[in-house]
Design a protein around this ligand. Structure first.
Ligand code: SF4
Length: 461
């Protein structure tokens, strides 16, 4: 699909070279993104909260809310699945600021604790739960605190560690793990050709050094999970090119084979458990059941304070003028619902994964590799769930886009079928017996079908 060395570069390979040659323009674009990001975070803080008479086209608070949660969050996920992590390498203001700070910073060695593989999971869970407790999608103050705080820490980390690197993005960014997982199904990637590397010569007109800001060993690069698609290594030694790939190839034959326990945790309990509950808890009947049960327990124990205790907005939602206050009982009910959803997803997918490992004669790494088959389902569920924010915000302003729920349902259904096909193809890696592969695939199809049916029902409700 692409050429290496002396071949003629394809159109996408040439696009990689365009990125390489236009790094100065990309930096200017990043400064524009920083300015837009800073305005969207700070201007709403200076304005009163919107009323029912305010719309996204005449109110800066509503506009910023729509840009962050109705456009940025869902469509960056979609773009990552379709073309890889170009957002990270070209547009992300936080990554750009962290790299800038690192260029002029202390340049210290990266400490060992920062390289712990669990950070992407821990930071994503923490920010997701905190965002729900403080109603980040509805109010500018928690959005400024969480996003602005994250950017501040990114700059501090950049100023201390690495030299012109994105240490924050590589190890600590709350969405790095999710972007890395979702980008595995992207049909575009920068590929290193090992033979080309050995025999290749440097392209005329490019410098010898490649500053790969997210610290990827480009010579042995596997897959596109960590790559920010910045283009700086395009054409290096005539061996690295932007090229098309089969969207299943990384999961089935590439980095999927090296999948870790933390990736499985991110896919199963987090993306397939925590995220759906976090996006739909306010409409959940189970949330009301849990809340009522907690209220009754408090009354039984003659404990009145948990029913009325209010905490500051930066701990729990507290906007009495908007009639929107989350009491400690509401917060406890939310945390219990999220925990129940995590436990349900773990059981729903974990038991079939263990059963498949047994059917396919348990091999080392098999359950984690098989869990990668769920990436299309997790990505479609995440995008479809986040699209609820877009749809509900537009609907509240009187804009109804037809067939969005059917589109989301169809997307989840297509992703579910793809996940089943991937499970079958991964099983072929571990067991040549066709009957065992079919049996294992059928076992995996059950939770996939149940999960997608639940998501589709939620979309169409
Ligand atoms: S491997 Fe590194 S330098 Fe190359 S495109 Fe990806 S992030 Fe940029």
């Amino acid at each position: 699909m692409t050429s290496h060395g002396g071949g003629v570069p394809t159109v996408v390979a040439r696009f990689g070279d365009v990125l390489l040659r236009n790094q100065a323009s990309i930096r200017r674009l990043q400064w524009a993104m920083v300015a837009i990001y800073a305005s969207l975070l700070t201007v709403p803080l200076l304005l009163p909260l919107p009323t029912h008479a305010d719309y996204l086209w005449n109110n800066a608070v509503r506009f910023a809310q729509f840009v962050f949660w109705g456009v940025w969050w869902p469509f960056v996920i979609l773009a990552t699945a379709l073309v890889g992590r170009f957002w990270c390498g070209i547009l992300c203001p936080e990554g750009a600021l962290s790299e800038l700070a690192s260029r002029h910073g202390a340049g210290r060695a990266i400490p060992g604790w920062m390289k712990w593989s669990g950070w992407p999971v821990v930071s994503f869970i923490s920010t997701t739960v905190y965002g729900q407790l403080t109603s980040i999608y509805q109010y500018p103050k928690p959005a400024a605190l969480l996003l602005g705080g994250s950017t501040f820490v990114a700059i501090v980390i950049g100023a201390r560690y690495g030299k012109a690197k994105r240490v924050w993005c590589r190890f600590l960014c709350p969405v790095n793990g999710v972007f890395g997982i979702v980008s595995k199904i992207a049909p575009l990637h920068f590929r290193t050709d090992a033979d080309g590397w050995r025999t290749g010569h440097q392209q005329l007109g490019r410098s010898n050094a490649v500053n790969c800001a997210p610290l990827i060993p480009i010579k042995t690069m596997q897959g596109a999970s960590a790559c920010h698609m910045c283009g700086r290594c395009s054409g290096y030694r005539g061996a690295i090119r932007l090229c098309w790939r089969n969207p299943a190839s990384d999961i089935v034959r590439g980095s999927g084979r090296l999948a870790t326990m933390w990736e499985t945790v991110l896919i199963v309990p987090v993306l397939l458990g925590l995220v759906p509950a976090a996006l739909h808890w306010s409409d959940s009947g189970l949330f009301q059941v849990i809340r009522l049960w907690l209220v009754e327990r408090c009354l039984d124990l003659q404990l009145a304070w948990p029913l009325s205790l209010r905490l500051p907005w930066w701990i729990l939602t507290d906007y009495p003028l908007k009639n929107d206050v989350m009491t400690s009982v509401d917060a406890a009910a939310l945390l219990m619902l999220l925990s129940a959803s995590v436990a349900a997803a773990t059981a729903l997918f974990g038991i079939p994964l263990a059963a498949c490992a047994s059917i396919l004669r348990m091999k080392r790494g098999l359950p984690h590799h098989l869990a990668q088959a769920l990436i299309p389902l997790a990505a479609a569920g995440l995008f479809g769930g986040l699209l609820s924010l877009t749809i509900s915000q537009l609907r509240s302003d009187g804009i109804v886009i037809p067939c969005t729920d059917l589109f989301r349902g169809g997307l989840v259904l297509a992703a579910a079928v793809w996940s089943v096909v991937l499970a079958f193809r991964i099983a072929a890696f571990y067991d040549p017996r066709r009957a065992a592969r079919l049996w294992a695939t059928a076992v995996m199809a059950v939770p996939i079908a149940l999960f997608s049916a639940a998501w589709i029902a939620a979309f169409l409700a």
